[in-house]
Write a protein that binds this ligand. Structure first.
Ligand SMILES: Nc1ncnc2c1ncn2[C@@H]1O[C@H](COP(=O)(O)OP(=O)(O)OP(=O)(O)O)[C@@H](O)[C@H]1O
Length: 299
């Protein structure tokens, strides 16, 4: 497929970013910390809301990591380990309680507007106009991001086909599509609008094996042809192994270990298991398997 290399930011936007995108690191996270629940400062001060407030949850517990420009970086973690919260902090949807997060050198709290221009987050609960079709939703989004309409008209059907969406679906209301299909439209939107730093929160969860491969192919293409940096969370070990340059394993809000898939596997190799899988590595560092965790959620 021939998505043009300008399909991310408009030319005007890109020229104003000269220098910005030359940085070695697309993302720097230093000591990020985020809690939910518990009493607010004011409530503590007043001594109120002792009973009715739920216990405080530490969702992101002093995490530091860095993602180099043009890298595909994976975050592996069980349900509730803090992956989504971390991505929401990076994408300015949540404000950290502590620490610092920078996107191409811009602080997510102090320079939120600039950060929003540089990144796009895709998650399963992507917001769309459900009565409108995929093409209408994508035309709207590309217009917002300054993509020329002629290019958008050309590239939208290309990318939808590439993701395995049948042409007869292009013009039907989104609300008539399955969740997996809607997720693909969300991925198409991200690819058409901002592939400078792309945050993909479980991009392939719930997709069939063929669709998974389509998405993985597109992620690789984005990096290779469009100079994008991609951070993704996944539950799929094979996906992380095949796609990611480096992986961080997080557990209960803490970053446990980080490295290339090969480095991580070598760390747990033993004479009895000289060629461990990523699943073995995950078990070693967290004490449980992701499958076990998913089974528990289903039960
Ligand atoms: N808005 C919120 N209010 C209260 N607690 C929250 C909120 N969002 C997340 N949490 C809690 O923070 C912790 C981390 O949640 P988070 O959604 O980041 O995990 P996750 O690794 O993305 O999980 P999953 O794989 O299930 O999506 C969990 O204990 C969760 O219950």
């Amino acid at each position: 497929m021939g998505l043009s290399s300008n399909s991310s930011l408009s030319t005007a936007n890109k020229s104003s970013l000269i220098g910005v995108l030359d940085q070695e690191y697309a993302l720097l996270v230093r000591d990020a910390y985020k809690t939910f629940g518990g009493r607010s400062f004011l409530e503590k001060f007043r001594g109120t809301a002792e009973v009715e407030k739920p216990q405080q949850v530490v969702a992101v517990d002093h995490i530091s990591l860095s993602v180099k420009r043009n890298e595909i970086y994976g975050i592996l973690g069980a349900n509730g380990s803090g992956k989504s919260t971390l991505i929401r902090l990076m994408s300015t949807l949540l404000i950290p309680d502590g620490g610092e997060i920078k996107v191409f050198g811009f602080d997510v709290v102090k320079q939120e507007k600039m950060v929003k221009r540089l990144l796009n987050r895709v998650s399963v609960e992507a917001s769309f106009f459900k009565k409108l079709s995929p093409v209408e939703n994508l035309m709207y989004a590309t217009r917002l991001y300054g993509v020329p309409p002629s290019r958008a008209r050309r590239e939208i059907p290309e990318i939808l086909s590439r993701l395995g969406i049948p042409p007869d679906r292009f013009s039907r209301p989104l609300e008539q599509m399955s969740r997996g299909m809607q997720q693909k439209v969300a991925i198409a939107r991200a690819f058409l609008t901002t592939p400078v730093l792309l945050l993909l929160d479980e991009p392939t969860t719930g997709l069939d094996p063929r669709s998974k491969l389509d998405v993985q192919q597109l992620v690789k293409q984005l990096r290779e042809e469009h100079d994008a940096t991609i951070l993704l969370t996944t539950h799929d070990m094979a996906e992380a192994d095949a796609l990611c340059d480096r992986i961080a394993i997080i557990d209960k809000g803490k970053l446990i270990v980080e490295g290339t898939p090969q480095e991580l596997k070598s760390m747990v190799a033993t004479p009895a298991n000289p060629a461990p899988t990523l699943e073995d590595t995950f078990m070693f560092f967290t004490g449980r398997s992701l499958e076990e965790d998913e089974q528990e959620i289903e039960d």
